[in-house]
Write a protein that binds this ligand. Structure first.
Ligand code: PEP
Ligand code: MG
Length: 561
């Protein structure tokens, strides 16, 4: 038994036999046949027939349009012209492997030259050729395998095209050797609720057929588990399924400390789903999402309609609405159309609103009107606030409109470091960890090449969160988290330990975060936060917290994790 480590996505646990994603095999050598043309021809024909049968069988099982595609592939495999091309090469002394490889490549080039619909089938030919070659070599076919039973998929990483084909009834869990918490695979796994451990480099040693337990909560893969471990994993998986399916309860730590679990929303129509998942209100309503394609500023009436619909979905509940956050990743033509070399650091967020104060005033007017017409508890906040003066400007303006609770987003290190001064003017702070990480790590959140720096577990980011948490505690004012970090169950516990008093996230993350925080006391959350702060980097912080959490006594852990 050995344990491999990576980054777990969510809290799930699953076990089953490993099936490796098969990489394309290297092309064969053009060496002369050692067994003669008759034997090579028979090998080639058997392999082609077997592949055609397998494709037909898979089509039958899949049904629908997949069936048509797979049956067409089976017909291509057995195409007589292609067979003749293979035989011609074998008669000239080639092995079945080389003859298949070369004949299919020639056919592919012809299809590509024709172009159009036939040209698009060229990639299908590659797939069929790889399948026939794999048969001849006694290897597995490339791509997402279909062994005919549920399995744990092990891959280097998944291409978007592969993920689209994943049959979630068959794939019990995913393990990747590459990719991090922000990789495409991780995002997909989070969205679909697939149990996953990504970036587990040592999983390269796993072989098909080995049994593994994939524990996303711990970020571990246990290879060849004992019978005891296997039984425990089965029990945990069943307990988690029922905990996630149970009617949602308000967010609370294991010692009863209340931590409101709120939803991040971009349009009022998503409110019902958030409520169904137990959102206790809205921690971030991104108003700019309503107007991303608008050329003109929305009217007060248009805005009031949208805000009224949102607020009406949360009677008596807190709803935090953010003023239009224009710029960089969310450009709004009517607020910032100037070309900037470095828009993330340009006239964005509150800076842009201030430069078009009439738009800001209209938004506050619409919100104040919607507030009087509905029964939610409306809080308003400004994005990308950098200075104490900006804080005073925004909260003063909001109060002019009769809005009772006005706060700021802390997304820039400057406002985190001066959080005590900022909170002297604001009723609350809400930390946007996406931008706070971007600005702390000097890593563009839109740029894949620096994605490795974009990790909110980094102790530098966590220290800034602590500054805000401490300032909030001293001032007796709420400090929420509304960046993606709040959706990571273990990091959510750390953020509470750093002083967060509420967490807001994509509604799909609520169940796992609710479960994770219920397993820790406030004192434990604080201890885990200290562990994270003491690390050198993001990976070290995550790893140290996973280890420290595993060593803590469990509260509801045995029954619900
Ligand atoms: C953030 O920056 O963390 C945040 C919540 O705001 P957005 O992602 O919309 O920039
Ligand atoms: Mg932001």
């Amino acid at each position: 038994m050995s344990v491999l480590r990576g980054v777990g996505i969510g809290l799930g646990v699953a076990q089953g036999p490993v099936v490796r994603m098969t990489e394309a095999s290297p092309p064969p050598e053009n060496a002369p046949s050692a067994i003669g043309a008759d034997a090579e021809r028979a090998r080639a024909r058997d392999a082609v027939t077997a592949v055609a049968e397998e494709l037909n069988a898979r089509g039958e099982a899949a049904g629908g349009s997949a069936r048509e595609v797979l049956e067409a592939q089976a017909m291509i495999a057995e195409d007589p012209t292609l067979q003749d091309e293979v035989d011609t090469r074998i008669d000239a002394g080639a092995t079945a492997e080389w003859a298949v490889h070369d004949a299919f490549a020639g056919f592919r080039a012809t299809l590509q030259a024709v172009g159009g619909y036939l040209g698009e089938r060229a990639a299908d030919l590659d797939d069929i050729a790889q399948r026939v070659l794999a048969r001849l070599r006694g290897a597995d076919a490339p791509g997402v395998p279909d062994p005919g039973y549920p399995f744990v998929l092990v891959a280097r990483d998944l291409a978007p095209a592969d993920t689209a084909l994943l049959d979630l009834d068959k794939v019990l869990a995913l393990i990747t050797t590459d990719g991090g918490p922000t990789s495409h695979t991780a995002i997909l796994a989070r969205e679909k609720g697939i149990v996953a451990v990504v970036g587990a480099a040592d999983a390269a040693t796993l072989t098909s057929g080995q049994t593994v337990i994939v524990d996303a909560a711990a970020g571990t893969v246990t290879v060849d588990p004992s019978a005891d471990e296997s039984v425990r994993a089965t029990e945990r998986a069943a307990a988690r399924r029922s905990a996630v399916a149970a009617p949602p309860t308000p967010g609370a730590l294991g010692d009863g400390t209340r931590i409101a679990l709120l939803a991040n929303l971009g349009k009022p129509a998503d409110a019902a789903d958030a409520v169904a998942r137990g959102a206790e209100g809205v921690g971030l309503f991104r108003t700019e999402f309503l107007f991303l394609s608008a050329a003109q500023a929305p009217t007060v009436a248009q805005q009031r309609t949208a805000y009224r619909e949102l607020l009406a979905a949360f009677p008596g509940k807190k709803v935090v609405v953010r003023m239009l956050d224009a710029g960089a990743d969310k450009p709004l033509a009517f607020l910032n159309d100037a070309h900037e070399e470095n828009p993330a650091m340009g006239l964005r967020g509150l800076r842009a609103l201030r430069a078009s104060e009439d738009i800001l005033r209209e938004q506050l007017t619409a919100l104040a009107e919607a507030d009087t017409e509905t029964g939610a508890e409306l809080w308003v906040m400004a994005p990308m606030v950098t200075t104490v003066e900006e804080t005073a400007y925004f909260t003063g303006l909001a109060r002019e409109y009769g809005l009772k609770t006005a706060g700021v987003m802390v997304e820039v290190p400057a406002s985190a470091l001066l959080a005590d001064r900022v909170l002297a003017h604001a009723d609350f702070a809400s930390i946007g960890t996406n931008d706070l990480t971007q600005y702390t790590m000097a890593a563009d959140r839109m740029l894949g090449s620096v994605a490795g720096f974009q990790d909110p577990w980094h102790p530098a980011v966590l220290r800034l969160v602590r500054e805000v948490g401490d300032a909030g505690a001293r001032a007796g004012k709420p400090v929420g988290i509304c960046g993606e970090a709040a959706a990571d169950p273990l990091l959510a516990v750390v953020l509470i330990g750093l002083g967060a008093t509420s967490l807001s996230m994509a509604p799909s993350a609520l169940a796992d975060v609710r479960l994770a925080i219920s397993e820790r006391t406030l004192d434990e959350a604080r201890r885990l936060a200290e562990v994270a702060l003491a690390a050198d980097d993001a990976a070290g912080a995550r790893h140290a917290v996973v280890e420290a959490a595993a060593a803590l006594p469990s509260h509801q852990k045995e029954t619900t994790s």
